[in-house]
Ligand binder design. Structure first.
Ligand SMILES: Cc1cc2nc3c(=O)[nH]c(=O)nc-3n(C[C@H](O)[C@H](O)[C@H](O)COP(=O)(O)O)c2cc1C
Length: 213
């Protein structure tokens, strides 16, 4: 069936204002639990949108590694395209596409580089092969062939054959500090439920508004 002819009726119970947690972080966690229980693939995967030096948007999937009152944490290569874009414009938007539940969560805000202590701690928790992979891949750079990666992996495996693998200086985390969240629940006839949380000026309180779908 062509994309043009695909139609799904989103038969869900909907999202009601009285059921929303006053904190978007707690609301995210409630929906994350639903996504895990529904066995959605990679429920911590999110699309991260950034802009380049010309203002041209770019987006890719990245795994969220923490969602709490500080913000949303993710990790990667600081020299990658997203790393350079976040360096130039430290703003991002993220989308959790929980399609199996006819849901999406969006958030946007400013982005900070995590402290080296936080990046070290997370890097140390990763499997050894992923740690070596972080050394082996010059993320987002052009490479001649797959063999470049395999050779790098073999070379770094040898270099770090004993002891702990140190975190590469070009690899670490970011923290997105959301100013706006939006929870979207699909419903029949395209009359979906959308609720936006935005921070009340210079306070920590969130204002919740319903948006038209
Ligand atoms: C399911 C999934 C999870 C991913 N997780 C990460 C991640 O946590 N960190 C990361 O840097 N890239 C991750 N990637 C790869 C990115 O989508 C992207 O290819 C890479 O970060 C380079 O993007 P850039 O050139 O825009 O910097 C993931 C891709 C997929 C499909």
């Amino acid at each position: 069936m062509s994309p043009r002819d695909r139609r799904i009726q989103y038969e869900t119970a909907g999202l009601h204002r009285e059921d929303l947690d006053e904190s978007p972080i707690q609301q995210w966690h409630a929906w994350y639990v639903d996504a895990v229980e529904a066995e959605l693939p990679e429920p911590n995967a999110m699309v991260v949108g950034t802009v380049d030096e010309y203002g041209l948007p770019d987006a890719r999937i990245v795994l969220a590694r923490g969602v709490d009152d500080e913000g949303i944490t993710f990790f990667g290569n600081y020299e990658s395209s997203k790393g350079q874009q976040l360096d130039g414009t430290p703003l991002a938007s993220v989308v959790f596409p929980w399609l199996g539940l006819h849901r999406q969560v969006r958030a946007r805000g400013s982005v900070e580089v995590l402290s080296r202590f936080e990046s070290d701690a997370y890097f140390a928790s990763r499997p050894r092969e992923s740690q070596i992979g972080a050394w082996a891949s010059p993320q987002s750079q052009e490479i001649e062939d797959r063999s470049v990666l395999e050779k790098n992996f073999a070379d770094f495996s040898e270099q770090f054959s004993t002891g702990e693998v140190p975190r590469p200086p070009h690899w670490g985390g970011w923290l997105l500090v959301p100013e706006v969240f939006e929870f979207w629940q699909g419903r029949p006839n395209r009359l979906h439920d959308r609720f936006r949380y935005r921070l009340e000026d210079s306070t920590d309180s969130w204002i919740i508004d319903r948006l038209a779908p």
